[in-house]
Write a protein that binds this ligand. Structure first.
Ligand code: PEP
Ligand code: MG
Length: 875
């Protein structure tokens, strides 16, 4: 029979999955002989049963709870609901992974109108007893019964007003009795029934409320942001109350074994005498620093410092501890691995290895790769952020913090920036034409688009903050304003702030702080490199991006999207000439103008990568993306090209496709216009010859054919590449090795990968398109559709950001196996946006990939995630 309830002394730290982090650590501390108030934990499996049983607690589980309660009562020597000597408890949530503040807690449970009198007599402190009761009524009313807390607060303020005082501490026992009386009435008025006096009912209702809180909106959002599956469930710990508000020899506090902001090895924390935990959090009274406890209660301080040390050594990690002192006696209420800033995480990791507490591998495994973002991008000043209010939320498409004045066109953003303003670009969605504006902006906000939309991909490449898919906003680009859901208007030039790491959009200007890379960070990265087996490359199309990525540790370029190289004014002109060419001759003439630019760019990329492999992809996007859209733009271009505007307009319309993502793009462009592939090959081979001639590290270019679905298609394009390349190499009279490979981004390519590998020397998985096509879900519109899918719990994650290892992953496995069957030494890589996502990286590692490729600022994340994946695979 499944056991659903464990006394603290029956558990230990290895039982986190069952007892939750809090329950497992309370059990572990009990086992270590530390002073922990007694109690028991109801398992995460009971939470899952609660949901399976239609949000009810099965009778056998209820019986187990009460049996364990009875055992605990007999050990403690007190009884729940006994006015003579009441057992009072706290009821707290605790999932496998810590989710601070996401779920609910109820304190002082067991009090009722009789027990409170008993407690007053027992403690000889009537004020304390009624204060505890009113706190319990509030928590039970608010958390369990969903009565707005403000209704209780209003009555509390009213009592203070009648008394003419400001602080809670100025209320005496009689006042607290009055507060309780009013609170009981608030409860009854709102619920239509009196406050439950039976502590057993209180307990069961509180447990159910904690189970329910597993699925409150903020917990669901937190889980999605932190990759925590919804089927883990929360455990519930029921623990004897100890009181920090029993007079001047009582107190409560929170402390870390090291400073969570800097990582410095020194007890860090605060406490309040004569107070309960929530008083510390509420910030009404100013707490004292933990150092001051040494003066206030030297013996308790010594005992606490010793326990802190024991716990840190035991867990081999920085601990975050809650404690209470009840009439001079210390109790430990919680310990967990402490959340820390990214900078502190690096310092703690390095110092714990130096102290011999952790191995390098341990240190690597304890880090959160996603946290590295904070070291690489600007962040908001935490104090300034606290005071800020979010006006809406979108998708956290590219991390970092940005503040600036809003502009609604790329040109306006660029002009304002040239005049010295800090700007943010706000668009419905971005297109290649917005590049200059994106470059000028501190950050980008779009109304549409998902995690792999143009704005998201390009911003990540630039290391710039971006929030995409902010569908609540009504964005009027032409009238240069946007409206929030509640109708507030933000116009051109207004200040807003974007947090690309959370997706929150704030009103006004919030101070940001720049990122700095410390020696600790470099050391941790070196350790990761020693451990990992997969290489990490970058997606880069400009020399600037390539250099940034190289400095951050990229070992080559896994994807250069050549179309991103055409946006500068002179180039786009030649490119458009190429698109509108009516004959092959005209097209070749335009391509000849583009060739020198491309060649120079490739030389720059080869230089920046210093001999590491560089994969260059042939032209991929639908051509009409590069044509002007509005009448005015068409007129201007027609003039430049010496064409009739009507003719150009008709041509633009003729290029229009109903499904451009499934249309004339990828290698299909090279099939219809082989001269494009010829020109690009020529530019790549010439660039490699030139760079190799300099005698430095020798380049072996990798030419990649996009969007292949059929081996014959690849063979056709490969012939063009090989013929062109070999002719140039022969003419130059030198030796140059190069590779031709393909992207796997259409399900049919994955399914026929064994055939395709006959032609391809490498596969690079384009999981943006592969996900889009496997799900039949547009990568540009996913954002607004997914909200409903999260709400209805059909999806827990955005598959365009976190690889779907079940479906898309199955195709990848088929392709990897097929590719290896034909060509055992085939190189396998990933260059879709998933290449920078830790859980997706782990999956690629499990398939034996040669490398992952990601945007430059994700390179360190990928290095760390690849190391963690290697360790996990070994275990
Ligand atoms: C992909 O589809 O995953 C890919 C890398 O190509 P793009 O995003 O340019 O379509
Ligand atoms: Mg693609």
């Amino acid at each position: 029979m499944t056991k659903y309830v464990y006394k603290f002394k029956e558990g230990n730290a290895s039982m986190k999955n069952l007892l939750g982090g809090k329950g497992a650590n309370l059990a572990e501390m009990t086992g270590l002989g530390l002073p922990v108030p007694r109690g028991f934990t109801i398992t995460t499996e009971a939470c899952n049963r609660y949901y399976d049983d239609n949000k009810t607690i099965a009778p056998e589980i209820e019986k187990e709870i009460f049996d364990t309660l009875a055992e605990t009562e007999s050990i403690v020597g007190k009884k729940l609901g006994d006015p003579a000597d009441p057992y009072l408890v706290s009821v707290r949530s605790g999932a496998r992974a810590s989710m601070p503040g996401m779920m609910d807690t109820i304190l002082n449970l067991g009090l009722n109108s009789e027990v409170v009198i008993g407690l007053a007599g027992l403690t000889n402190n009537e004020r304390f007893a009624y204060d505890s009761y009113r706190r319990f009524i509030t928590m039970f009313g608010d958390v369990v019964m969903e009565i707005p807390k403000s209704k209780f607060d209003k009555e509390f303020e009213a009592v203070k007003a009648v008394k003419g005082v400001k602080l809670d501490t100025e209320l005496d026992a009689e006042d607290m009795k009055e507060v309780v009386k009013r609170f009981l009435k608030v409860y009854e008025d709102n619920k239509g029934e009196p406050f439950p006096q039976d502590p057993k009912i209180q307990l069961m209702e509180a447990i159910k409320a904690v189970f329910r809180s597993w699925n409150n909106d903020r917990a669901i959002l937190y889980r999605r942001m932190n990759d925590i599956p919804g089927n883990w469930g929360t455990a519930v710990s029921v623990q004897e109350m100890v009181y920090g508000n029993m007079g001047e020899t009582s107190g409560t506090g929170v402390a870390f074994t090291r400073n969570p902001a800097t990582g410095e090895k020194k007890l860090y924390g605060e406490f309040l005498m004569n107070a309960q935990g929530e008083d510390v959090v509420a910030g009404i009274r100013t707490p004292q620093t933990i150092d001051q406890l040494r003066e206030v209660m030297p013996e308790v301080y010594e005992q606490f410092a010793k326990i802190a040390n024991t716990l840190e050594t035991h867990y081999k990690d920085m601990q975050d501890m809650e404690f209470t002192i009840e009439r001079g006696r210390l109790f430990m209420l919680q310990t967990r691995n402490g959340k820390r800033t990214a900078a502190a995480a690096m310092r703690v990791a390095v110092e714990m290895v130096e102290e011999g507490l952790n191995t390098k591998e341990d240190a690597i495994m304890k880090l959160d790769p996603k946290q590295l973002d904070a070291l690489l991008h600007p962040t908001f000043d935490p104090a300034a952020l606290k005071a800020a209010s979010a006006i809406t939320h979108g998708l956290p498409a590219s991390p970092g913090a940005a503040t600036g004045r809003i502009y609604f066109t790329a040109d306006d953003a660029k002009t304002a920036n040239e005049l010295g303003e800090k700007v943010l670009l706000v668009r419905l969605e971005t297109s290649p034409e917005d590049l200059a504006g994106m470059d000028a902006a501190q950050g980008i906000l779009t109304g549409r688009g998902g995690m792999t939309s143009h704005a998201a991909v390009v911003a990540r490449g630039m290391g710039k903050c971006c929030i995409s898919g902010c569908s609540e906003l009504i964005i009027k680009e032409e009238d240069k304003y946007f409206l929030t859901k509640d109708g507030r208007k933000f116009e051109e030039g207004d200040w807003i702030s974007l947090d690309g790491s959370t997706g929150a959009v704030y009103e006004g200007r919030i101070a940001t702080q720049e990122a700095t890379l410390s020696g600790n960070f470099r050391k941790v990265m070196e350790w990761a490199d020693e451990i990992r087996t997969m290489q990490v490359r970058t997606n880069a199309d400009t020399v600037r991006d390539a250099r940034v990525a190289f400095d951050l540790g990229a070992e080559g370029i896994g994807l250069c999207r050549t179309e991103h190289m055409f946006f500068e004014t002179e180039r786009i002109f030649a490119f458009r000439q190429m698109i509108v060419a009516k004959t092959e001759e005209q097209r070749r003439a335009a391509l000849a103008k583009i060739l020198p630019y491309q060649q120079k760019d490739f030389e720059g990329l080869f230089h920046a990568m210093k001999g590491f492999p560089v994969t260059i992809r042939l032209l991929d996007p639908p051509l009409h993306e590069f044509l002007p859209q509005t009448d005015e733009e068409i007129r201007d271009l027609a003039r430049e090209l010496n064409m009739d505007p009507e003719e150009l307009k008709d041509f633009t319309i003729s290029l229009h496709e109903l499904n451009p993502m499934l249309g004339h793009r990828g290698c299909r462009l090279a099939v219809t216009y082989p001269e494009i592939a010829e020109m690009q090959t020529e530019a790549i081979i010439n660039a490699a010859i030139n760079v190799n001639k300099e005698g430095g590290p020798q380049v072996v270019p990798e030419i990649m054919v996009p969007l292949v679905c059929e081996v014959k298609e690849l063979k056709f394009v490969k012939n063009i590449i090989v013929k062109t390349a070999d002719a140039i190499i022969a003419k130059a009279g030198i030796k140059l090795a190069y590779k031709v490979g393909t992207m796997i981004e259409i399900p049919r390519a994955a399914l026929t990968a064994d055939e395709i590998a006959g032609e391809a020397e490498f596969f690079s998985f384009g999981t943006n398109d592969l996900t889009q096509m496997t799900y039949g879900l547009s990568r540009d519109d996913a954002g607004k559709i997914l909200e409903a899918y999260y709400r209805t719990k059909i999806f827990e994650n955005d598959p365009t950001a976190k690889l779907d290892t079940v479906g898309v992953g199955r195709l990848m496995r088929i392709a990897a196996d097929g590719g290896r069957a034909t060509r055992p030494d085939i190189h396998l890589g990933i260059c879709g946006e998933h290449g920078g996502d830790p859980s997706s990286i782990e999956f690629c590692n499990s398939l034996g990939f040669t490398y992952v490729s990601c945007s430059p600022f994700r390179v360190p994340i990928a290095r760390l995630a690849a190391a963690q994946a290697a360790v996990r695979q070994r275990k």
